[in-house]
Design a protein around this ligand. Structure first.
Ligand code: GLN
Length: 543
């Protein structure tokens, strides 16, 4: 039977609960346990799919087509366990489910209430598909004390009773701020936060205290005494040099040992952390560096490109180089800023996914620069679409080439898809359907041309990658684009949808309709990112 670990946050948001959950799961996994991590988001959106990246950061897409919180990306990168729709639930999704049942009359006349109906649904989400697991880690979004998270805390309280204290654990992540004027770390906010949580019926077993200075023993003892936990269960969590050092750091502070002790497990094997030491070594001791220019729209908020950022780092680890990322706002190239000046120092140019017309001409010009100057180019989703429009205009003579996403056009090189095949059969959408969850989402297979660059990079002729887009490159333009040197080297299995384009006459020019960054892991860097950074290393020797 699976044991449950509930992770809540207190004092302030952005304490890195997601990273903490991912690190603890990785440590338990390193001891041979089977783990899964779930995220409970208290907001009312059904999923983050319709939220702006500025509000919420990246939308992480799973194989089964769920649009989820970016913390699921951390979970998957740290544990290698593929996330699923059932690993992320929001208040909105729970209410939607309950209201649908209520309208159907499933409650047989009963009054539908937060307790028990909402809390029962939360508990059902926590328990679903857990038979083959040793530990289920449930991270509750938000901060204890928020109105929105109350039903989740109540559900934890009930679960702890129902599953038994010996099978459940509460980990509370707090902040111990340093007050420079006093020269001291302050424990009071932690005491208040634990009191708040305890007043809701959940006494934490372990406190993970984020602090920017080492926590003196005296303060540790004070927190333990006031918060009713063992002193050893007050785990200091100092800021780390890299997220990839966090599991080893927490292990050093005794986090996983305390968790096992709290469950009464005394015979756990020692963790095998060799993969993590190898990752840290690659990160801390690079043998060179490259600079990659990412030409996008949401560049002022790097969380909007979280997985992309990490996949580039993984590509660097694979090649033992440090990757410097220059986030470039595509719009600045439209304002007349000197594109060549900005892009010349780059060893690789990447145009990432995105939505809407804003900045598209700057992206297209960046593709042109990369093509003409033989700089390694990687286009992802919208980036591939921009590469096709650039090729259509500048190497195939279709001057009016554009995407219907940007308005009516006489040359729809990129167009809206209304029908496509998925594993579940034919999917159909109208131009006016809801925005939420209506894209081509999740894992789809692609067939690669045997002698293509991508087939060599993957070492395979068939691949599966995750998608999230509404528009597609229009197959009707294939011949014209290929005459201009842009080869369609990956197609959907039915041959209808272009999945990959490349330029054989260029050192490294690849556009993909999917999001390879979502599947890259530090201990298993994605082949396209490994290859792109390798090409950037070669480029760095030329310039
Ligand atoms: N906006 C484009 C589409 O919907 C690309 C989406 C993306 O880059 N994720 O097709």
């Amino acid at each position: 039977m699976a044991r449950f670990i509930f992770i809540t946050g207190g004092v302030v948001s952005s304490l890195g609960k997601g990273l903490m959950a991912a690190s603890l799961a990785a440590l338990l996994q390193a001891r041979g346990y089977r783990v899964r991590i779930r995220k409970f988001d208290p907001y009312l959106n059904v999923d983050p799919g319709t939220m702006s990246p500025y509000q919420h950061g990246e939308v992480y897409v799973t194989d089964d087509g769920a649009e989820t919180d970016l913390d699921l990306g951390h979970y998957e990168r740290f544990t290698g366990v593929a996330a699923r729709q059932s690993d992320n639930v929001t208040s909105g999704r729970i209410y939607q489910q309950i209201i649908t049942k209520e309208r159907r009359g499933d409650y047989l006349g009963a009054t539908v209430q937060v307790v028990p109906h909402v809390t029962d649904a939360i508990k059902a989400f926590a328990r679903a598909e857990t038979d083959d697991l040793d530990f289920v880690l449930c991270e509750i979004g938000g901060t204890v004390g928020d109105i929105e998270s109350l039903p989740f805390i109540e559900a934890i309280r009930q679960l702890r009773n129902e599953e038994g204290r010996e099978n459940t654990l509460s980990v509370h992540v707090t902040l111990v701020p340093y007050i420079a004027a006093a020269g001291e770390l302050k424990t009071k906010p932690t005491q208040h936060s634990v009191r708040e949580l305890a007043s809701l019926g959940v006494q934490p077993d372990i406190l993970l205290c984020r602090c920017e200075k080492p926590l003196p023993e005296g303060e540790r003892a004070k927190i333990a005494q006031f918060c009713n936990v063992r002193k050893e269960a007050v785990i200091p969590a100092l800021d780390a040099d890299s997220i990839y050092s966090v599991p080893v750091q927490y292990h050093g502070e005794g986090l996983d040992s305390e968790v096992l002790r709290a469950f009464g497990i005394h015979d756990a094997p020692d963790p095998d952390l060799s993969a993590w030491y190898d990752i840290m070594d690659r990160k801390q001791h690079p043998e060179g560096e490259v600079t990659i220019g990412v030409v996008g729209k949401y560049v002022s908020l790097p969380d909007a490109y979280k997985s992309l950022n990490e996949a580039l780092v993984h590509g660097g680890m694979a090649n033992r180089v440090k990757v410097n990322i220059r986030w470039l706002d595509a719009e600045m190239f439209e304002r007349g800023d000197d594109l060549a000046n900005e892009l010349e120092p780059m060893h690789g140019i990447l145009v990432p996914g995105g939505f809407g017309e804003r900045g598209s001409e700057g992206k297209i010009e960046s593709v042109r620069f990369a093509r003409e100057r033989n700089v390694p180019f990687f286009g992802i989703c919208l980036g591939m679409q921009m590469a096709c429009i650039e090729g259509a205009r500048n190497t195939s003579g279709i001057e009016q080439a554009s995407s219907t996403e940007f308005g009516p056009t006489s040359e729809p090189v990129v167009g809206l898809i209304t029908e496509w095949m998925s594993a579940e059969g034919l999917q159909q959408r109208g131009a006016n359907t809801d925005m939420g969850g209506t894209m081509r989402l999740g894992a789809y297979e692609a067939k690669l041309s045997p002698n293509s660059h991508v087939a060599a990079i993957y070492g395979a002729n068939e691949i599966s990658e995750r998608h999230r887009h509404r528009y597609e490159v229009n197959g009707a333009y294939r011949d014209s684009l290929e005459k201009g040197g842009l080869v369609f080297s990956g197609m959907s299995p039915d041959g209808m949808l272009p999945e990959i384009v490349e330029r054989p006459d260029h050192p490294w020019f690849i556009g993909v309709q999917f999001h390879p960054e979502l599947k890259s892991k530090p201990f298993d860097p994605h082949p396209l990112f490994r290859g792109f950074i390798e090409a950037a290393v070669k480029q760095s020797r030329l310039v």
